[in-house]
Design a protein around this ligand. Structure first.
Ligand code: CA
Length: 488
């Protein structure tokens, strides 16, 4: 949904008790009232156990319906509860996006014997053993599902690699051998070839696999009625397969929304991927996330004028899903690059108050994160920014990226929303920037909508104001005492 606001509705450690779908259903009215209108749900398919976030995916056709991997439900609840959540959310006006994990499968039903070679973990193109027989966990027959929805049985021919040999107990990266078999092309070239990530890596060149995954997509959309997909682990999957899969998922519904995760701090790599997949897939703006991360780490030494440099939102604004943090960047995760608390209001201001990008709010920021990695919720500031966006972030955008420690921009408003806003952020001391909000506002008084600065700013006869921001903070100045018409 363009011009919408998405929430990533989960974090790594939340809600293993099976009550998540029910809990989220109860939150829907509240989330809609603060301005969220799209939900990225956690991976819905049965994974290795009820504590699995969903990325250790076992059975694509088990959405919490069959007694597999220790329970009928997934980490989040049953299929019935999932379908109820989706239908209820859509009735209330939300778009719902499913997290789709197609790179690998985990928790096979039985091991199989096949020929493989070990490759170097640092360079997967370098073979470091002779071919030999291993026992790899590649057999999936889902006996508890008993062929319902699909009778496809997975075997080692449907995979490119595994990381464990049951014969010897050895852990390594094993490339599966066979006629025409090799690592996927069109993947990240990190480690030589980054096809292999974890578990049993799916071979998307195998025609039976392609057919099965396309058929699964048809089934999944029909069952769940979701409005779109969030595609996981794109840099480990053949890019043409993902392009074709996306086209297939959109074949009967043009507005089916697809975005994906290509995890690379280098914006050029993400941009290159977008080009390779012929702009079929919107992409999470990982480069922007890393800019936020560095800005927070480097404090006043970071040049705020570079905050959007090399980001997708700068290069390809229509493709960018902007976010501050997610389940991978949160503390103690493999890709941990958590944006420190002090910078969170600035980062959320940067994705919510500017013109470009489809902003995604992270569950762990809005609700906080419990357990050992306690992170306080940021409901207050996120809600204020959302309201500010809804009321004042419209129309032409003029940047005033003045100094390395203080930047600002103005949104001039549009016909329907005639009130401008002037946003400033500082990563050091108090700052001031003279910005133009419109001659028609001469002699008007502006106040900081976010409440971080208590002074008032008088607009001069030419329509400029000397706007202020306190140190290490963000302010968004709007006309004082504006009474907005209540929207329905
Ligand atoms: Ca792969």
């Amino acid at each position: 949904m363009k011009n919408g606001i998405m929430m990533q509705c989960f974090e790594w450690y939340a809600y293993s008790d099976g009550g998540f779908y029910r809990w989220l259903k109860d939150q829907l009215d509240h989330l809609y009232s603060i301005g969220i209108n799209a939900l990225w749900l956690p991976p819905a398919c049965k994974a290795t156990g009820t504590n699995d976030v969903g990325y250790g995916i076992y059975d694509l056709y088990d959405l919490g319906e069959f007694d597999q991997k220790g329970a009928v439900r997934t980490k989040y609840g049953t299929k019935e509860e999932l379908l109820d959540l989706i239908a209820t959310a859509q009735e209330k006006g939300f778009c719902v996006y499913a997290d789709v994990v197609l790179n690998h499968k985990a928790g096979a039903d039985y091991a199989q014997t096949f020929q493989a070679v070990e490759v170097s973990a640092q360079n997967r193109l370098e073979t470091i053993s002779e071919p030999y027989d291993i026992d790899g966990w590649t057999g999936f027959d889902f006996s508890a599902r008993d062929g319902k929805y699909s009778d496809f049985i997975w075997n080692y021919n449907h995979f490119t690699g595994v990381d464990f040999d049951g014969k010897t107990g050895k852990t390594s990266i094993f490339k599966i051998l066979g006629e025409g078999k090799d690592w996927a092309q069109g993947v990240s070239m990190e480690y030589g070839n980054f096809d292999y990530l974890m578990f049993a890596d799916i071979d998307h060149r195998h025609p039976d696999v392609v057919e099965e995954l396309f058929a699964w997509s048809d089934w999944f959309c029909q069952e769940t009625k979701v409005d779109g997909y969030r595609l996981d682990a794109l840099k480990h999957i053949n890019d043409f397969f993902m392009r074709d899969f996306t086209r297939h998922s959109r074949k009967d519904k043009e507005d089916f929304y697809v975005f994906g995760e290509y995890w690379a701090a280098d914006g050029d790599m993400v941009h290159n991927y977008a080009e390779q997949t012929e702009y079929e897939i919107d992409l999470l703006d990982v480069a922007l996330h890393f800019n936020f991360y560095r800005a927070a780490q480097e404090n006043e030494h970071y040049d705020l004028r570079t905050l959007f440099d090399n980001s997708l939102v700068q290069k390809k604004p229509l493709l960018a899903v902007t976010f501050v943090d997610n389940h991978d960047s949160q503390p103690d995760q493999a890709l941990s690059s958590w944006v420190e608390d002090w910078f969170k209001p600035l980062a959320y201001g940067a994705i919510l108050l500017r013109k470009d990008g489809y902003p995604c709010i992270f569950f762990g920021d809005y609700y906080g994160i419990g357990g050992d990695y306690l992170v306080e919720d940021k409901k207050d500031i996120i809600e204020k920014l959302l309201l500010c966006r809804k009321s004042f972030a419209y129309g032409e955008q003029n940047d005033y990226f003045e100094t390395s420690n203080c930047i600002g921009w103005v949104r001039l408003g549009d016909e329907e929303h005639p009130y401008p806003s002037a946003t400033l952020m500082s990563n050091h001391e108090e700052g001031t920037i003279r910005m133009f909000v419109g001659e028609q506002f001469a002699n008007a008084t502006f106040a900081d909508y976010l409440g971080n600065h208590t002074e008032k700013v008088l607009i001069d006869g030419e329509g400029f104001g000397e706007f202020l921001v306190t140190g290490r903070s963000i302010s968004c100045w709007v006309q004082d005492n504006v009474v907005l018409e209540e929207e329905e």
